[in-house]
Structure formats: structure tokens, C-alpha cells
Design a protein around this ligand. Structure first.
Ligand code: PRX
Length: 636
């Protein structure tokens, strides 16, 4: 892919100048590096207040022609996916571009055999096995819309997501391996499907080979359905603005929403951002440790690297099993050149001791990346010194499910290396800071709310089934801009530091939760009258979950009740949503109009109850005293 490749400071400046002169020409040049079945006739149409965005209008394409066929022609035997299994004693797999296209074609035929057609939604609830990447691409190949649900979510969460987008088919596996644990995920699918009438078939991949119940007529072994299928399938012709996928993410209110990305713009931006941020050379081996269940896995395990014709690594296991050196052992084994992970993993491994990383020279690493949450200085320095051995630039990449691709980051070693600063926008990205009233903050060295002023190709198109929600959430707060929900600081040189969410979203180990969805789950417990949830600083997870809970009667056994509330959350969302602290209170700090003052709860949870600020508008100030005195036992 030729695209625009930025390899020096002057390349960066030239690209920015080119974009400022003519955004259309800038994006057209990037898009021209791809194969189109029919060229587009207009680069972009954008209406911010209506959240109506169209890119590469009239263009026809299939993203898999660019991610697979093009490379099958140019370098058929190059490894496309390098798969490392959960257990280091099991063999790894190297899937060439040629083989990947065959696997994708067979899977696509298998999906068609279940009646799946262009536009149908397919839910993927799978471990990090090659079949997951293959299923993603097979959907794209036939124009089905994939909705990947992270396989740590509960049956209830899975059902919510399947129902919201009326999926017809679910692809899953018998079981899932995660370190020393086995999870029966087909079981979870069975539970979820009790309330999902839209699903007519389930394809089950074999991961552990366990014998599991299969529902007659509905469930089929993937292997069997694929066996006699042809190993090529024509790519469906897609319009630039046809949906490519839905990915659910949490916001401040209501249930998680399905963020919709479309074929043309997403393809263009995924390839462009991958190429420039990671600077992956022809012979390089790239590894992103995310799960494909999150946007990072979509864009930077599957689509971005494959669009660029790179070798992308997929890891089934966890960083701490069999020991805390697993990541580094894999880097060494596969001579990884670009490594991309999350601050929470860095902090967790840092806490295990340097000996695990010091044991590996990691000489092949060239670029190391971070994503998902702010990286604190200590973790940044450790990552740079211990993993990068002071030789690799750290790309601290800021972006979101909604942005589709990396928006602010250094580009390899182009751009500042300033711990805790994500840096400058990618050329073509137009971040701004505004104050609470939406006034533009033009000076540097200021903090504000991070918005994006110009459209970019991989921006969210809608929230599935409810466009008004998309308008309300992202395009209404500050007219004419996309509002990110993050606060940020811009330094004297125009580099951005992301401070964190300014809305009721908590970022726990890089996973987004809305406080409302956690509260709703807690309120399901029969003895709970009301709850309020806030985030607080956590050494490993970045933020922890702190729940204040009002009960209908004095509990006989507080510990048991805490466990029951935890189980409600595991049931409603999944183990990743377990609170770190649950405090029983007799009331919550509310204003006279009945609004919970979360600011106070946040301060108490963070151990800053001496900085509560003005509490004079509270209905019942005494409740604050009680909360402060009861809080001490829960947060260290
Ligand atoms: O708060 C920001 C934080 O993660 C949020 C987006 O979460 P999600 O949609 O799940 O996507 C995560 C992976 C792209 C943002 O609103 N965030 C993401 N990257 C960074 C970050 N915060 C600080 N620094 C980052 N590099």
C-alpha cells in the first residue's frame, strides 16, 4: 500500500500542510492506495448537527480484497496471522495470506449455508483462536455485519447485544482457555439464546474438544459445515457507506450502544493509521495484545495490519500465565518488532518484578505502543526502559471505539517522546479543546474538553437502531463538533495529554463501563434500594469501581451481601465489572432537586474527603459524614 507514509518530521509537516490546503485531496490520495471496485465520486459530505457523514460517496469495494486478495497476489506465502496458543507447550500456527483467504472463503460459504446474506448481522462470541479473525473477515467478505462480543461478557450482556441488532447467526466455540482456566462459552451462548428468537443457527468451533450439548437443528460444528466448502468465494460488492461492523460500547446513560462503522472510510483510516503509527516494515512481525472483542483488536489485530500486508500476531492466553514473563517470551520467540499493549497490563507486569522482563533481551523490538487509558509516568518509564530497553519509541495512542482508529499519537519515532502525553494528532485529525460552555480554547498550556472539529473517514456513523442517541451523545453537547467525553491538556508545543473521562464512564483496566449500567445491575438485588457508582484511582487497573449501596434493611451478614451483589454484576455484565469496594450507606448526597452529587462520592472514594468543596446545596449534609466515616475500610 503506497498511501501517505510519514517517516520524518518534514513528512509530518508536509502531510499536515497538504491536509490544511485541501482535506479532500489529502484523503483522496490515501484512499487511492486501495483497490476499489468502482471509484468514488465525492470524498466527503458531513453534517455535524445531524450526525450525517458519508465518505467516498458512490465508491464500491470489499475490504477483504485489500486485506487479502491483493497480498495473495503479491506475497501469497507471507505469514498473515501468527497465532500463539494459550499453552506455550502447544504448537503455534503460521497462516499465510494464501491460506487465510482459503479459510475465510470456506467460513464464508459455511455462513451462507446458514442462510446469511449481505446486511445480516452475525454475532461472534469466541476465544482468541484463528477462527475469530477468520469469521470477522468472512463476514466482511459476504457483506454480513459482524458484531463481536468480548467472550468475558455474561449471558445477559450477550443476549442484550444479540437482541439489539437482531443477529441471525452466532459463531462461538465449545470452550475458552484463559491461562489455567477453562470457560464453557457455548454454555453461555445457550443461556443467552433463551431470549434471542432472531438467532436461527449457531456455528461452534472446536477449541478444547470438550463434549458439549448441541441443540438439534440450531447448532452445527463449524468444522463439519466447512469441510466440503469451496476454498474461494467472490467478494461481495459493498458501497462505501454500507455497514462493516457493529461494536457495543458503554456510555454515561442506558445500555451499551452499538457503534456502527462503514466499509470505505473505516478501511481507509485503519490502513493509514496502522502504517504510520507502527512503521511496520516488510519483514517485521507485529503484535497487538488486545482481544478482538474490543475496537483495538478490530482495527489493529485484524484490519489495519492485514490491509498493510503485515504479519499480525494473535495471542490466545493471558500475560501472567504460566508466569509474568509470557509476553516477553512470546516477543523473543517470534522476534516481535512492534508491540502494542495496555497500561493496565504494563502496571500488572511491573508489579510482578523486573526479573521477568530482564530475562529477555527483546532486541527485535522497534516500536512499543500503549492504548486504552492514560499511562502514568512510572509505567511509561518502566515500559520504555525495561521493555524497550531505552531503544524504542513509545507510541501512546489515544482513540476510541467511536473514532475507529488512532487519532493522537507519535508516529514511530516521529513526534515527541514525552511521558504521559499522547502527542500530536495524526495528519488529517483536527482535535480542539473547548470550555464547559463550548467556547474554543485557542491558547496552549490549557486544559479543556476534547472535541474533534473536522470529519475523518473512520468516524462513528450511527448507534445501531437509534440515530438520535448518536446525535445526543456525541454531536449535541458542543454544536458543530464531535465530543469525545475526555478531558485533555494541550502543552506549549501543541501536544495533547489525555486526562480521562469527564462523563459518567469509568475506565477499568481499559474497559469502559457506564456508572448507570453498573448501578442497574446492583439494583437488581432484592435488598438494594438504590446505589451510586463512581471510579477511583487504582494502582493496577487505572480506575477501580466503588459502589455506595442503600439497603432496605440492616444486613445480617454484610460480607455475604457484598458477594451477592458481586454475583449480580457477574450475571448482568461479567466478572470484569466486579466492584473493588461496596459500602453500605443509609443515604446518598443529593441536591434538593434529587440529583446525586457524584463529585462528593468520587472524592470520598479517592480518599480526598478533605477536599469536598461546596456542600451547601445538599439536602442532607449529615449523610456525607456517615459516608466518610464508613469509607475507610474499603480503599487502601
Ligand atoms: O478515555 C479514553 C481512553 O479510552 C476511551 C475509549 O475507550 P474505548 O472506546 O473502549 O477504546 C479503547 C481503545 C481505543 C477514551 O475515551 N483512552 C484510550 N486511549 C487512551 C485513553 N486515555 C488516555 N490515553 C490513551 N492513549
Amino acid at each position: 500500500m503506497k498511501s501517505i507514509h510519514i517517516q520524518s518530521e518534514s513528512d509530518y509537516q508536509n502531510a499536515v500542510a497538504k491536509w490544511k490546503k485541501s482535506p479532500d485531496d489529502f484523503w483522496a490520495d490515501i484512499a487511492n492506495a486501495y483497490t476499489w471496485l468502482k471509484p468514488w465520486n465525492k470524498v466527503v459530505e458531513a453534517d455535524f448537527p445531524k450526525a450525517d457523514f458519508k465518505w467516498f460517496l458512490g465508491g464500491k469495494l470489499n475490504i477483504t480484497l485489500n486485506a487479502l486478495d491483493r497480498h495473495v497476489e503479491a506475497h501469497p506465502d507471507k505469514t498473515a496471522i501468527l497465532w500463539e496458543p494459550n499453552n506455550p507447550k502447544d504448537p503455534h500456527l503460521e497462516i499465510s495470506y494464501k491460506d487465510l483467504l482459503k479459510r475465510v472463503s470456506k467460513m464464508a460459504h459455511a455462513m451462507k449455508a446458514q442462510g446469511i446474506e449481505k446486511g445480516d448481522r452475525v454475532c461472534l462470541y469466541m476465544p482468541m483462536i484463528p477462527e475469530l479473525a477468520v469469521a470477522v473477515l468472512a463476514c466482511a467478505r459476504i457483506g454480513a455485519v459482524h458484531s463481536v462480543v468480548f467472550a468475558g461478557f455474561s449471558a445477559q450482556s450477550l443476549a442484550d447485544r444479540i437482541q439489539d441488532s437482531h443477529c441471525k447467526l452466532v459463531i462461538t466455540s465449545d470452550e475458552l482457555k484463559r491461562g489455567g482456566k477453562i470457560v464453557g462459552i457455548k454454555n453461555i451462548v445457550d443461556q443467552a439464546l433463551e431470549s434471542c428468537p432472531s438467532v436461527t443457527s449457531v456455528l461452534v468451533a472446536q477449541s478444547t474438544g470438550a463434549s458439549i450439548p448441541m441443540q438439534n437443528g440450531r447448532d452445527h460444528w463449524l468444522e463439519e459445515v466447512q469441510k466440503n466448502q469451496a476454498d474461494f468465494i467472490e467478494a461481495e460488492e459493498m458501497d462505501s457507506e454500507d455497514p462493516l461492523f457493529i461494536l457495543y460500547t458503554s456510555g454515561s446513560t442506558g445500555k451499551p450502544k452499538g457503534v456502527v462503522h462503514t466499509c470505505g472510510g473505516y478501511m481507509v483510516y485503519a490502513g493509514y493509521s496502522f502504517l504510520n503509527v507502527f512503521q511496520v516494515g516488510k519483514e517485521d512481525v507485529y503484535w497487538c495484545t488486545a482481544d478482538i472483542g474490543w475496537i483495538t483488536g478490530h482495527t489493529y489485530i485484524v484490519y489495519g495490519p492485514l490491509l498493510a500486508g503485515a504479519t499480525t500476531t494473535m495471542f490466545e492466553g493471558v500475560p501472567t500465565w504460566p508466569d509474568a514473563g509470557r509476553f516477553w517470551a512470546i516477543c523473543e520467540k517470534h522476534k516481535i518488532n512492534q508491540f502494542y499493549t495496555a497500561p493496565t497490563a504494563i502496571r500488572a507486569l511491573m508489579a510482578k518484578g523486573d526479573e521477568f522482563v530482564d530475562a529477555y533481551p527483546l532486541k527485535d523490538l522497534k516500536v512499543i505502543g500503549s492504548v486504552g487509558e492514560p499511562i502514568n509516568e512510572e509505567a511509561w518509564v518502566w515500559y520504555h526502559e525495561k521493555v524497550g530497553k531505552k531503544n524504542c519509541p513509545v507510541v501512546d495512542t489515544w482513540w476510541q471505539t467511536e473514532t475507529g482508529g488512532i487519532m493522537i499519537s507519535a508516529l514511530g519515532d516521529v513526534g515527541p517522546q514525552k511521558p504521559t502525553f499522547a502527542g500530536r494528532p495524526l495528519p488529517g485529525v483536527d482535535p480542539i479543546l473547548v470550555d464547559n460552555e463550548g467556547n474554543l480554547i485557542e491558547e496552549n498550556n490549557q486544559e479543556g474538553l476534547l472535541c474533534i472539529r473536522s470529519p475523518w473517514p473512520s468516524m462513528i456513523r450511527t448507534t445501531y437502531g437509534d440515530h438520535q442517541r448518536c446525535i445526543n451523545t456525541y454531536f449535541s453537547a458542543y454544536k458543530g463538533y464531535y465530543f469525545t467525553g475526555d478531558g485533555a491538556k494541550r502543552d506549549a508545543d501543541g501536544h495533547y495529554r489525555i486526562i480521562g473521562r469527564v462523563d459518567d464512564v469509568i475506565n477499568v483496566s481499559g474497559h469502559r463501563f457506564g456508572t448507570a449500567e453498573i448501578e442497574n445491575a446492583i439494583d437488581e438485588h432484592p435488598e438494594v434500594v438504590e446505589s451510586a457508582v463512581v471510579g477511583f484511582p487504582h494502582d493496577i487497573k487505572g480506575q477501580g469501581i466503588y459502589a455506595y449501596v442503600i439497603l432496605s434493611k440492616k444486613p445480617e451478614n454484610q460480607e455475604r451481601l457484598r458477594e451477592e451483589i458481586q454475583s449480580e454484576l457477574v450475571k448482568a455484565i461479567g466478572p470484569i465489572a466486579k466492584p473493588d469496594a461496596i459500602q453500605f450507606v443509609s443515604g446518598l448526597p443529593k441536591t434538593r432537586s434529587g440529583k446525586i452529587m457524584r463529585r462528593i462520592l468520587r472524592k470520598v472514594a479517592s480518599g480526598e474527603s478533605d477536599q469536598l468543596g461546596d456542600t451547601s446545596t445538599l439536602l442532607d449534609p449529615e449523610v456525607v459524614e456517615e459516608i466518610i466515616s464508613g469509607s475507610k475500610h474499603f480503599v487502601s
